[in-house]
Design a protein around this ligand. Structure first.
Ligand SMILES: CC(=O)[C@@H](O)[C@H](O)COP(=O)(O)O
Ligand SMILES: NCC(=O)COP(=O)(O)O
Length: 241
């Protein structure tokens, strides 16, 4: 199981004072030296954390692969064609949101999503769609040509303890459905060292993208140790399957 380290919130800390530190580029290099299988970052339209310069610098510096998250806008599409990351993950964005709230609504904008998928595929970029654990959305993702999805685990992560199993069941069923279609299934959002194990135990999920809780842990433990503990939790969970 692969771990994508999302470094958005290293940039949040940097931007708090407008300094050059902590450097997202340094964080990306440290993360991949200490176990990150890929580096995920979200260039938001409002640039509240990751900036355009970070994207280009990280693309040129890392040895693993870049998973660039972006909204479906012409500006972001043009930028992605310039950067040419290994992966683009199309995510919904609302200016007023604190963080990503829901999954991309593929079902109700299939022509638009198909255009972004086709354009990025033509440029040699693999495309994943960040969607809710919903069979109709997964089928729509397949129908528009996407062969990779990232299941939004936010409803699982935010669920009250007595609802968590129900949310986990939804994600497990969604992963099974997508896998049967031949899709690559990733997952992410709101995952922590405390809640990651059940998600890691879903056999069809091959990659987890984790950011906020990892960077938070890194404040106390340092990034290498935070990554080590997260990977250990993922592998321990897998070994108990
Ligand atoms: C799509 C997703 O769940 C995250 O990767 C996203 O980047 C969250 O946005 P913030 O990093 O701005 O919280
Ligand atoms: N796509 C999920 C991601 O990259 C990280 O989300 P989070 O762990 O910061 O909530």
């Amino acid at each position: 199981m692969l771990l994508g380290v999302n470094i958005d919130h290293v940039a949040t800390l940097r931007n708090a004072r407008g300094t050059t530190y902590p450097s997202p580029i340094e964080a990306a290099l440290l993360a991949e030296t200490h176990g990150a299988d890929l580096i995920t970052l979200h260039l938001r339209e409002d640039r509240r954390h990751i900036k355009d310069a970070d994207v280009f610098a990280i693309k040129n510096a890392i040895k693993t692969r870049m998973n660039l998250e972006m909204a479906m806008t012409e500006e972001m599409l043009a930028n992605a064609i310039k950067v040419l990351p290994a992966d683009v993950c199309l995510v919904p964005e609302k200016r007023e949101e604190i963080t990503t709230e829901g999954g991309l609504d593929v079902l109700n904008q299939q022509d638009k999503v198909a255009h972004y998928v086709e354009t990025l595929h033509h440029a040699g970029v693999r495309v994943s769609l960040f969607i809710a654990a919903d069979v109709q959305q997964i089928q729509a993702a397949y129908d528009v040509g996407a062969r990779v999805i990232e299941l939004h685990t936010g409803t699982y992560a935010d669920a009250p303890i007595h609802h968590q199993n129900q949310e986990w069941q939804r994600i497990r069923a969604a992963a099974e459905f997508a896998h049967k279609l031949g899709m690559t299934v990733n997952a992410g959002h709101g995952l922590t060292i405390q809640n990651v194990a059940p998600i890691a135990q879903i056999p069809q999920i091959v990659e987890l993208n984790i950011g906020h809780s990892l960077i938070a842990q890194a404040v106390f433990l340092g990034l290498p140790e935070a990554i080590r503990q997260m990977k250990e939790a993922m592998y321990r969970a897998r070994s108990l399957m």
